[in-house]
Write a protein that binds this ligand. Structure first.
Ligand code: ADP
Ligand code: MG
Length: 258
C-alpha cells in the first residue's frame, strides 16, 4: 500500500445528527486512507453510520470533528466533480430512453458535447446496452438498469465512485451476477471505489480492503486486507479456498462487536 498514491485522507472524523429529539452520534474518530485504484468495502451493523460516512466522503455532509482531504485539498461541500454516487435505487427516469438517461448527468452539468456523447455511446456498446438505447428503463432487467445507472455515473468521469448498497434491491441470484458485473466494469475503467454493503460475500468478492465498522457511533473496528491474485474475477474469488477464511474472520469481527 505504501507505494500507492494517496487519494483521500480521513482524519479523526466524527459526526452527530442534531434533531428535536436530541443528539444521535453516528461516527466517532474515523481514520483511514484511500489509495488510487483502491476498491474499499465498508461493512457494519445496520444503522451504524455507513451511509453517513459516504455522505461525508462525498461532501454532502461536513464533518463535525476532524477533516477529510481529497488529493491534499480539504474537501468542501460545494460541487465535487471528482465523486460519483450510486445508490440502492437506480433513479432512472421512465419518461426518458436509456440513452437520454445515461446522458442526463452530462446534460445537467452542461458538459454534453459530440465528444462526451460518443464516449457514453461507446460505453453502452462496450457494456452491452447499445441495442437498448431507445428502450425505457422498465423494459430492462434489474441488472441492466444498474449497469445503465453506473454508465450514467461514469459519464461524468468521477475519480472516486461511492456506492451505497447498490445491489440490495435486487433478488439474491441477480445480486450475485450484477455485483460481479459492476465490479468488473469498475476495475476495467480503473476507478477508485468505496462500496457500502451489508453483504460480506459481496465485500470479499469485490474489495481489496474491507473496513469493519462497530455499532453506532461507528468506529473502525478493523481493516482487513483481501489479497487475491490480480485479475481473478469475483466468481473465482467466491470459489477460492481463502474466501471462507476471510468470511469467517470478518464475521467474527462483526459479532465480537455485539
Ligand atoms: P447505516 O447506513 O449504517 O444503516 P446511517 O448512516 O444511515 O446508518 O445512520 C446512522 C444513524 O444516524 C442511525 O441511527 C440513523 O437513524 C441516524 N440518522 C441518519 N440520518 C439521519 C438524519 N438525517 N437525522 C437524524 N438522524 C439520522
Ligand atoms: Mg445506509
Amino acid at each position: 500500500m505504501e507505494n500507492m498514491e494517496k487519494l483521500m485522507e480521513i482524519n479523526h472524523v466524527g459526526y452527530s445528527y442534531h434533531t428535536m429529539q436530541g443528539e444521535t452520534p453516528a461516527l466517532s474518530n474515523i481514520n483511514f486512507t484511500v489509495y488510487k485504484g483502491d476498491f474499499l468495502a465498508i461493512v457494519g451493523p445496520s444503522g451504524c453510520g455507513k451511509s453517513t460516512l459516504l455522505s461525508l466522503l462525498s461532501g454532502l455532509l461536513e464533518p463535525e470533528h476532524g477533516s477529510i482531504f481529497l488529493s491534499n485539498a480539504k474537501l468542501t461541500q460545494k460541487g465535487n466533480g471528482s465523486m460519483g454516487y450510486m445508490l440502492q435505487h437506480d433513479h432512472l427516469f421512465e419518461w426518458r430512453t436509456i440513452e437520454k438517461n445515461v446522458l442526463l448527468g452530462l446534460e445537467i452539468q452542461k458538459k454534453l458535447t459530440p465528444e462526451t456523447k460518443e464516449m457514453v455511446l461507446d460505453m453502452l456498446k462496450t457494456y452491452g446496452l447499445y441495442k437498448f438505447k431507445d428502450a425505457r428503463p422498465s423494459q430492462l432487467s434489474g441488472g441492466m438498469r444498474q449497469r445503465a445507472a453506473l454508465i450514467r455515473t461514469l459519464a461524468l468521469k468521477p475519480e472516486i465512485l461511492l456506492l451505497d448498497e447498490p445491489f440490495s434491491a435486487l433478488d439474491y441470484q441477480t445480486r450475485l451476477t450484477v455485483g460481479d458485473d459492476i465490479g468488473a466494469i469498475i476495475k476495467k475503467e480503473e476507478k477508485t471505489a468505496i462500496l457500502v454493503t451489508h453483504d460480506l460475500s459481496e465485500a470479499i468478492s469485490l474489495a481489496n480492503r474491507v473496513l469493519v465498522l462497530s455499532k453506532r457511533p461507528a468506529t473502525i473496528q478493523k481493516i482487513v486486507d483481501i489479497a487475491f491474485p490480480n485479475n481473478i474475477s469475483a466468481l473465482e474469488r467466491r470459489n477460492s479456498p481463502e474466501f471462507k477464511d476471510y468470511f469467517n474472520q470478518i464475521w467474527k469481527e462483526l459479532n465480537d462487536n455485539e
